[in-house]
Each structure stands twice: as C-alpha cells, then as structure tokens.
Ligand binder design. Structure first.
Ligand SMILES: [Zn+2]
Length: 115
C-alpha cells in the first residue's frame, strides 16, 4: 500500500510504502509537544515527490534523528534516522498522511520520557 502525505501548505509532499497497522505514540519532550504519531518504514520506502522542497531540520539529544518540518507551515511530516541495526529508517508522522483514520489506528505507547 502506498500512502500519500504532505505538510499543510503542500511544499513537502511524499509517498510512503508499507502496511500501516499501528502507530507509535511517544511521551518524550519532543514527540509529546509535536503530537507525533509515528510509523516506521525503511528510508528507501519513502519518496519525496518534490525533491527540491526546503526541509527545515531539528535535532536534539544525540542528534541521530533528523526531524524535518516545513519552514512555511510548520508541519513535521517525517524524520530520518537509523534503527538499532544501523538501517536507514524514516519515521512518518501518520497525521500528515491522506486517508488515514487516526482515531481507528492502534497506538503503541512508548515511554520515551524515561529513556
Ligand atoms: Zn508546509
């Protein structure tokens, strides 16, 4: 299944491929503020439809995850990093995907605040 996603103003537009069955809801200081509901896919499964779009980037803590957001509308549709095995991974904010019933999605609570 291919999901389309974008920021609010549309500067950032992308597709992510995979089976969206659950989303991670993390309570860390960053995820909590942004209200992220994250779905992880291999980086190769996320395609930027506007490759020249300006992505603003925020990093914190160990600076291993590039949290991207739109400099115009502020939406944060995804971040890029590596999983524990070192594989390039994309964390997609399912709130920025089209046609996803966020309320019906199974949520996995992650206690990032305690890490
Ligand atoms: Zn935007």
């Amino acid at each position: 299944m291919i999901y389309k996603g974008s920021c609010h103003c549309g500067q950032i537009s992308f597709e992510a491929e995979g089976m969206l069955e659950q989303a991670m809801e993390c309570n860390c200081s960053h995820c909590n503020r942004k209200g992220y509901l994250l779905w992880f896919v291999p980086r190769s499964r996320l395609t930027l439809l506007k490759p020249d779009a300006k992505l603003a980037t925020y990093t914190f803590n160990k600076h291993v995850i590039q949290h991207h957001f739109c400099p115009t509308c502020g939406c944060a549709p995804f971040g890029f990093g590596k999983d524990r095995s070192g594989a390039e991974t994309a964390a997609v904010n399912v709130r920025c995907l089209e046609g996803v019933d966020v309320a019906a999605l199974k949520r996995i609570a992650v206690d990032g605040r305690s890490f």
